[in-house]
Design a protein around this ligand. Structure first.
Ligand SMILES: [Zn+2]
Ligand SMILES: [Zn+2]
Ligand SMILES: [Zn+2]
Length: 197
């Protein structure tokens, strides 16, 4: 099954949307004052965000990950598209539990294949398969080590995403390119990295 790598997403401050990041670490253009800016924060590539990145693919007939993503985030063609911020689950386990909750609400039973009494159906198995692919990506994607800020030279610490600067492409070294403090508590560092404030 073809699938995407873990998504690099940032929260855009002006619009509050989750937007893909350029290799420079800036937000991709999406028709907003935040276009090309550093994100307010970089978002962890949760299972929900990774799965959602497949929702716009056109191979839903042959790719079970795409199919699952469209079922969860697009639903029927007339319903508005959902985003990871709109769904009540983040992990594959939560999504699986949700499938059975929905079944319980609809039919009074968690069993998704009532004709043969099987608790799980094809959709459950798609979640499990996608979950295995995601787990493999998490295991093989190198996390970023702590950096020193290219402006103040201090180690960039804190929880969540704390730096901005070039994001390496697949197979490229995370060490390349200057990183700067992202927090607004470091206005000089942000300015030195090219941020407007
Ligand atoms: Zn925006
Ligand atoms: Zn199930
Ligand atoms: Zn700094």
């Amino acid at each position: 099954m073809t699938h995407y790598p873990l998504p690099k997403l940032g929260l855009c401050e002006p619009c509050g949307q989750e937007i893909r990041l350029r290799k420079t670490g800036a937000l991709y253009a999406h028709g907003c004052a935040g276009d090309g800016e550093a994100p307010y924060t970089v978002l962890a590539p949760t299972f929900a965000r990774w799965l959602h990145s497949h929702a716009a693919r056109r191979d839903d007939r042959t790719n079970r990950i795409t199919n699952l993503a469209q079922m969860e985030f697009r639903g029927c063609t007339r319903s508005p598209h959902r985003t990871p911020a709109d769904v009540a689950w983040k992990t594959a386990e939560e999504l699986h539990a949700r499938l059975h909750q929905v079944q319980l609400q609809r039919t009074g039973s968690e069993i998704r294949q009532p004709y043969d009494g099987q608790r799980c159906d094809r959709r459950c198995r798609d979640v499990e398969r996608a979950s295995a692919v995601y787990a493999e990506l998490v295991a093989t994607t190198r996390p970023s080590p702590p950096w020193n800020c290219a402006h103040c030279k201090r180690t960039i610490t804190g929880t969540g995403h704390t730096w901005f600067g070039p994001i390496p492409g697949p197979g490229q070294d995370w060490g390349g390119g200057a990183k700067y403090h992202l927090s607004r508590a470091y206005p000089d560092c942000r300015r030195a990295g090219g941020q407007p404030s």
